[in-house]
Ligand binder design. Structure first.
Ligand code: C2E
Ligand code: MG
Ligand code: MG
Length: 339
C-alpha cells in the first residue's frame, strides 16, 4: 500500500492509496450487467470504509457495509433537506478568563433540529457531511450565522467578545475559505479580530506552502486562528513557530486526567508554558470540576471552556450569561508571568 503504485510527478508528493476491493461469488451472480454495477457499487462502499480508517489503507467489501452505506446515504439526503429547511442551528459555549471569571469568547457549535429525532449533535452528521462534501455548505452557513449573531449581541450593547467557528479540513481545502471569510465579514460588518477560526493539527501541519499562505492571508485580514484539540495530532513545534497561530486549545482528554494523572499534568503544563513563551493564548477544553479549574489557575492557564461554566447554550441563554461576570474562587489565582 505504501509503495510504488503511485507515480511521483515533478514537484508533487505521492498520494497515499485507498482501495476497496470487492468480489462477487459464483453462486451470487445474476445478470452480467447487474453484476458489474454491483461490483462497482460494492467497491465504492469498501473504499468509503477504507477512507474512514485513514490514509494508505484498504478494506474488502463485506455485506454489513451495505447497511452502513444505506444509512449514510439516507443521512446525506436528510442533511440536504436540513440545509434547505433551516433545521441547523448553533449553540454557544462560553470561554472564561481564569483570572477575572469573565466570558472572553464563545465557540459556535452546530446542532441539527431533526424533525423526528430532535436535537442531533455534530458527531453524528459532520463525518457524513465531510465525505459527501456537504460540509462546505454547512461550514459556510455556520460561519455566516456565527458572525451575524456576534454582531447582534454587540448591537444589543453586550460586551464585544470573539466568536470561534470550527473549520473542517474538507472546508479548508475547498479553496473557498478565504473568499468566504472575507465575504461574511463584509456582509455582517463584524470586526475581523472578533472572529476566530478553529483548525485541527491535521489541517495546519500538512507542511504545504499553500496551507501556510492561506493561513497567513486569513491572519492578515485580522482574523484569529486557533488550533483545536491540541496535543492529539502530530504537531511539529518547529513548524508551529512559523504559523500565524493565536491560540492553542488543550484537548479535553488531557484536562480530564487533572489533577491525578502525572502524564496529563505534565502535558497540560508543557502546553501552557510553551504558549506563554511563544505569546500564544492557551485555552483548556473540557473543564468539568472546580479542582481542574484550580489546577489550571495554578499552572497559569489563561482561559477555560467546559461544563463547569456551561455547555453549548441556545442563543438566549448565552446572551443572559454574557451580561453577568462569573464568580471564581479566589484561592489559587495567579497572574500569568508575562502580564
Ligand atoms: P470541539 O470543537 O473540540 O468542541 C468541543 C466539544 O466538547 C463540543 O461537543 C462541546 O459540547 C464538548 N464539551 C465542551 N465542554 C465539555 C466538557 O466540559 N466536558 C465534555 N465531556 N464535553 C465538553 P460537540 O458540540 O458535540 O462538538 C463535537 C465536535 O464537533 C467539535 O469538537 C467539533 O470538532 C465538531 N463541530 C461542532 N460544530 C462544528 C461546526 O460548526 N463545524 C465543524 N466542521 N465541526 C463542528
Ligand atoms: Mg472547536
Ligand atoms: Mg476541541
Amino acid at each position: 500500500m505504501q509503495r510504488p503504485h503511485i507515480q511521483r510527478t515533478r514537484g508533487r508528493n505521492p498520494l497515499p492509496a485507498l482501495t476497496g476491493p470487492a468480489v462477487i461469488l459464483k453462486d451470487q451472480r445474476k445478470h452480467r450487467r447487474d453484476d458489474a454495477q454491483a461490483l462497482i457499487r460494492n467497491a465504492d462502499t469498501a473504499m468509503y470504509h477504507a477512507k474512514a480508517n485513514g490514509r494508505a489503507n484498504y478494506k474488502f467489501f463485506t455485506e454489513p457495509m451495505n447497511a452502513a452505506a444505506t444509512k449514510r446515504l439516507h443521512l446525506e439526503s436528510e442533511l440536504w433537506r436540513a440545509l434547505a429547511d433551516n433545521q441547523l442551528l448553533l449553540h454557544y459555549q462560553p470561554q472564561i478568563d481564569l483570572l477575572s471569571g469573565k466570558v472572553v469568547g464563545v465557540e459556535a457549535l452546530v446542532r441539527w433540529r431533526h424533525p423526528q429525532r430532535g436535537l442531533v449533535g455534530p458527531a453524528e452528521f459532520i463525518p457524513v457531511a465531510e465525505v459527501s462534501g456537504l460540509i462546505v455548505m454547512i461550514g459556510e452557513w455556520v460561519l455566516g450565522e456565527a458572525c451575524r449573531q456576534n454582531c447582534a449581541w454587540q448591537q444589543a450593547g453586550l460586551p464585544a467578545i470573539s466568536i470561534a467557528v470550527n473549520i473542517s479540513a474538507v472546508q479548508f481545502r475547498s479553496g473557498r475559505i478565504e473568499d468566504n471569510v472575507a465575504a461574511v465579514l463584509a456582509d455582517t460588518g463584524l470586526a475581523p479580530e472578533l472572529l476566530e477560526l478553529e483548525l485541527t493539527e491535521g489541517i495546519v501541519m500538512v507542511g504545504a506552502n499553500a496551507t501556510v499562505e492561506t493561513l497567513q492571508r486569513i491572519s492578515d485580514m485580522g482574523v484569529k486562528l486557533a488550533i483545536d484539540d491540541f496535543g492529539t495530532g502530530y504537531s511539529s513545534l518547529a513548524y508551529l513557530k512559523k504559523l500565524p497561530i493565536h491560540k492553542l486549545k488543550i484537548d479535553q482528554s488531557f484536562v480530564r486526567g487533572l489533577p491525578d494523572d502525572d502524564g496529563d499534568r505534565a502535558i497540560v503544563s508543557a502546553i501552557i508554558s510553551m504558549g506563554r513563551a511563544m505569546h500564544i493564548e492557551v485555552v483548556a477544553e473540557g473543564v468539568e470540576t472546580e479542582t481542574q479549574q484550580a489546577v489550571l489557575q495554578q499552572m497559569q492557564c489563561e482561559h477555560y471552556q467546559g461544563f463547569l461554566c456551561a455547555p453549548g447554550l441556545p442563543t438566549d441563554q448565552f446572551r443572559a450569561l454574557l451580561s453577568k461576570p462569573l464568580p471564581l474562587k479566589a484561592q489559587g489565582r495567579h497572574r500569568p508571568l508575562n502580564t
